[in-house]
Design a protein around this ligand. Structure first.
Ligand code: ADP
Ligand code: MG
Length: 216
């Protein structure tokens, strides 16, 4: 398995946010992680990303033991619901941010940002400030920022309750395209059953910190 979670437990005091969660994801696949609010989806994602300590259990990515690897060295990208973009900066600089932090040469950064922008159809807004573009464009900038890093896995955490239908559909469309055309493995979190089904992929269903069902 490309991504492998083995008996993952996460406790906050007496509370079990993850209860012996195990699953694997094959390389290049897209899978949905579905469950009601509070079922532990975000906790799983944050542990994979290294933003949360694991109480017990093991995570592997591409045969590398991830537990002890720093978040920035995990070769993962995470896209958030609120996009976490810098409003006063332009689109190009927002997309280039992660690459600049890695000290890549300017020409490499430029090529990667332009390629990703063309892929997502936002080449014409690279010099615009985030505050002057639409929500739909912001969503694509956030995805662009994730893919320029050439991640092994893209983690998407979406709480669709705060999004309108069109944005939601655009997001699904772009994620499917990223998975198919770029071959990036995707783990897509949602609390919306219809959305999970629309991914047309394997869905893992969580409840109370446990994996209850796996459509594989
Ligand atoms: P989901 O993403 O499925 O809505 P979460 O993973 O965010 O669920 O949360 C699972 C449970 O863990 C929730 O009951 C939440 O309150 C609890 N939880 C999450 N983070 C913390 C924390 N830092 N401290 C205490 N409890 C937490
Ligand atoms: Mg969540």
């Amino acid at each position: 398995m490309y991504v492998e979670l083995k008996n993952i437990n996460k406790t906050y005091g007496d509370y079990k946010a993850s209860d012996n969660v195990s699953f694997g994801i094959e390389k290049g696949k897209l899978i949905g992680l579905l469950g009601p609010s509070g079922s532990g989806k975000t906790t799983i994602l944050r542990m994979i990303a290294g933003l949360e300590d694991i109480t017990s259990g093991k995570i592997y990515l591409d045969n590398t033991f991830l537990n002890d690897i720093l978040p920035r060295d995990r070769k993962l990208a995470m896209a958030f619901q609120n996009y976490a973009l810098y409003k006063h900066m332009n689109v190009y600089d927002n997309m280039a941010l992660g690459l600049k932090l890695r000290d890549l040469p300017r020409t490499v950064i430029s090529t990667r940002v332009k390629t990703a922008a063309a892929f997502l159809g936002i080449s014409d807004i690279l010099t615009k400030k985030i505050r002057s573009i639409s929500d739909s464009e912001r969503q694509r900038v956030a995805l662009g920022r994730a893919i320029v890093c050439h991640p092994k896995v893209l983690l998407v955490d979406e709480d669709f309750a705060h999004q309108d239908d069109d944005l939601r559909k655009d997001m699904i469309h772009d994620i499917l395209k990223i998975n198919k055309d770029l071959g990036i493995t995707v783990l897509y979190v949602t609390n919306n059953y219809e959305e999970a089904v629309s991914l047309n992929s394997r869905v893992i269903f969580m409840k109370d910190g446990k994996v209850i069902e796996d459509s594989m």
